[in-house]
Design a protein around this ligand. Sequence first.
Ligand SMILES: [Zn+2]
Length: 339
Amino acid sequence: MSFKNLIGQNELRSLLLRALEKNRLSHAVLLSGPSGSGKKAWGRALAMSILCLETSGGEPCMACPSCRSFINGNHTNYFSIAPDGRNIKIEQIRSIRQGFYLQGGKKVCLIDGAETMTAEASSSLLKILEDPPAGVHFVLLAEQLRLLFDTIISRCQRYTLKPLSFSEATGLLLEHKNISAEKAALLARLSGGLPGCAFRLADDGQFEERCEEAKTLAYNLATGCDSARQLLSWALYLSEKKDLVSFLELLCMQYRDGLVQSLGREGATAWFSNAGSAALEDAIMLINKVIYEMNTTNVNRRLLMEKTLILLQRRLSTCRKSSESGLNRPARPTTLNPV
Ligand SMILES: [Zn+2]
């Protein structure tokens, strides 16, 4: 994978190519960005370019013996480490360390999930970074910089991956997945411009079904047509979903569409054309808070869903009143309520 095959990240691309071309790349590079932003693809392109014997303008040639070994996955001077379970352990750093001192030109060590290194692993890596073996480059990939040792960060040349633009993400999906332009646009928006996330959604065989469910629930909450008992049944049903976070993102998108429409912008369709934007903003913030809570704590999902749905229905009551008084009362989605 060369840089020219990677989409977007124009600033990162020109910075890396310039550093490679002018031989100004540090022996330790840190690529940070959210999950699904493409860190690994960029890290591998960088590793390939460092190892390439015939680079041109910083780009790997894809044809020299080094590039061919890299593409075949058997380059003896390329080492990669990823978390073993939840962490990268000191044994993993030790196991590759001896390879750095062997003869044979440049070497690259890619550390994926660098922020998961244990304190011992971090200290061991830090010692290597402080006195790096000749010709050895490190490429660290991390989502959460705050979990990395400051002393490690300070020894790295830092680059950040940004989400792709809407048109870049749509183009990427259309190029790699056999889906309609309409679906590509929807997935591009849902993924927030993160290619890994967009591909995951495109490969999800139950995506359409989940979309319809999210629409139904969004409609029910906004119109208040479910009784308290029905909301509790929804909560139980949702709490048993494996992909609850991704479902909540779909639910959130329904209200985001409604908000965009209520603010008079183009490009969105929703049932909330007369909705109060404050109520919709409230709903979006609440769902995002719940997603964060689910991602960071071991919360009781059923209780959390019960509380969330009741709160959402209450907060959206402003939206409901507004919607009922308007002329464009929405049609109810056809999907059956699972309750
Ligand atoms: Zn090459």
